[in-house]
Design a protein. Structure first.
Length: 486
């Protein structure tokens, strides 16, 4: 394939080039019109596509996705609009509710600022004749009625509101959908992702996903690359099978990092912080993994060739995660890095630890952070401070917590704004070029993989809102179209 009459994002805007793609890689980049192929030589072996001055850039990656939960989101009741536990109950009591296999599932509520408490009694008053599970927007808590509590083994739970490990157990159980059904949902979501320029994801679903992705790819899935993470309960199996980060299992399938969750989340008030939460003097959050145990997990994984990816949201959790990396002496990444202390910023670069961040969380969490982290918000998702300290940024969505749309993440990173609101801590904005660098894994250069996005506008000249609505005319993966509206 030859892409002619193209402009490369980041290069001279007046320079038009022809880009030849051969066997999945970029084999040549020449000034426009120089080659015989571009001039329309009938003997040319390449399909010639005139981009008419459109812009090309490397394909976009999402560095943090929960694939099954992301795919299932479209099948669940959307509760993201609710502002109280009572409103949720009224919504359930007055709506025609879709159910599957004797259970109703909703998703997306954020209860941190609710004026009332979610209880099993309140949920029972809305729906008592069928099991109901409501998953929070951040995935770290879920709300169950009595029938659901019985179904999932929490018979005597006093409130029906589960957090952290209990919530994860329910979430994993909900993900056990018939393979052919789940695969179709994955395919539908992947087509939408490809239309937004996505060429790869890091799948951090909490189950063993290798066999699922191998099945999908054997059945023809070819819309993006997938790096599959490994959680602690599967680490022994991964080591036994000889898996190592970066290992290629299929043309589009690769072994990802070793993922371990050390603390909770902001909305659930379980992110582990140096200071207590307002009104809760004894609550600094939840430390799921003691530091000495975290060190052993990281050491075991790293020695086996699995690069650690440590979930840390609160500032104290991030400090302890960096302490663990320093004790082991290996590189890796911290997932979220949402609240950081000033003294920890330079430690990321010094230790070779990347920050896997989700800029849309700044927009989702801004009001909650104002309420629960007062006086500390200047270091919440502090992208500018991270880059200025030499931290490598890897951007993603945490889908389904935020949409699997890199342009939304880029827009939030650049503008710190959404829905017409004023910028939230604009001093932490980064440039479009910096956000794009954190969103790609290749470049437009000879010898690079032919993962390419074609846009009508130059992203470098766009505002935050323009980036959020960026039109992608084509997405190319390994030299072939996965999305094409040229």
């Amino acid at each position: 394939m030859k892409l002619t009459n193209a402009r490369i994002v980041g290069d001279d805007a007046s320079a038009l080039v022809d880009v030849t793609l051969t066997e999945g890689r970029i084999s040549a980049i020449e000034p426009h019109g120089r080659s015989a192929d571009a001039a329309g030589d009938a003997s040319a072996d390449h399909d010639v596509i005139d981009l008419d001055g459109r812009w090309i850039m490397p394909g976009l990656w999402d560095q943090h996705v929960h694939s099954s939960m992301w795919a299932q989101q479209s099948q669940r009741i959307d509760l993201s609009h609710t502002t109280s536990a009572t409103e949720v109950a009224v919504t359930l009591a007055t709506s025609v509710l879709p159910q599957s296999e004797g259970i109703i599932v909703g998703q997306g509520f954020r209860d941190a600022l609710w004026p009332d408490q979610p209880t099993r009694a309140l949920l029972d008053s809305a729906v008592s004749d069928i099991a109901v599970v409501l998953v929070s927007g951040d995935l770290h808590s879920c709300w169950l009625n009595s029938l659901a509590l019985e179904r999932f083994g929490f018979y005597d739970h006093p409130t029906g509101f589960l957090r952290e490990e209990e919530a994860f157990a329910v979430g994993s159980a909900l993900s056990r959908v018939e393979p052919e059904v789940l695969d179709e949902w994955i395919l539908t979501g992947a087509r939408e992702a490809a239309s937004r320029g996505v060429v790869g994801i890091v799948d951090l679903e909490m189950t063993w996903e290798f066999e699922n992705w191998q099945r999908r790819m054997l059945h023809g899935f070819d819309l993006f690359r997938v790096r599959v993470g490994v959680y602690p309960r599967f680490l022994e199996r991964a080591i036994f099978e000889g898996l190592a980060t970066g290992q290629q299992l299929a043309p589009l399938l690769e072994v990802g990092p070793f993922k371990i969750i050390t603390d909770g989340s902001l909305n659930t008030r379980t992110a582990y912080c140096a200071e207590s939460y307002p009104g809760e003097p004894h609550n600094r959050g939840v430390l799921n993994i003691p530091t000495d145990e975290l060190i052993e997990w990281i050491r075991t994984a790293s020695n086996a060739g699995l690069s650690p990816a440590v979930h840390a949201i609160g500032d104290d959790a991030n400090t302890l995660a960096l302490d663990a990396f320093e004790a082991v002496g290996c590189r890796g990444r911290i997932e979220h890095a949402q609240l950081l202390s000033a003294t920890d910023l330079p430690r990321f670069a010094a230790l070779g630890i990347a920050a896997s961040v989700q800029p849309e969380h700044a927009m989702d969490d801004r009001d909650v952070a104002d309420a629960l982290w007062p006086g500390r918000n200047d270091r919440s998702i502090a992208l500018r401070a991270m880059l200025d300290s030499g931290v490598e940024l890897l951007m993603g969505s945490d889908a389904p917590v935020a949409p699997l749309d890199p342009w939304a993440a880029i827009a939030s990173a650049v503008s710190r704004s959404r829905d017409g609101r004023e910028a939230w801590h604009p001093e932490q904005c980064i440039t479009v070029a910096e956000a794009l660098t954190a969103s790609v894994q290749s470049s437009i250069a000879v010898g690079e993989v032919a993962d390419i996005v074609v846009t009508r506008k130059n992203p470098l000249d766009c505002s935050g809102e323009e980036l959020r609505s960026m039109r992608v005319d084509a997405t190319i993966l390994a030299g072939r179209f996965t999305h094409n509206e040229l």
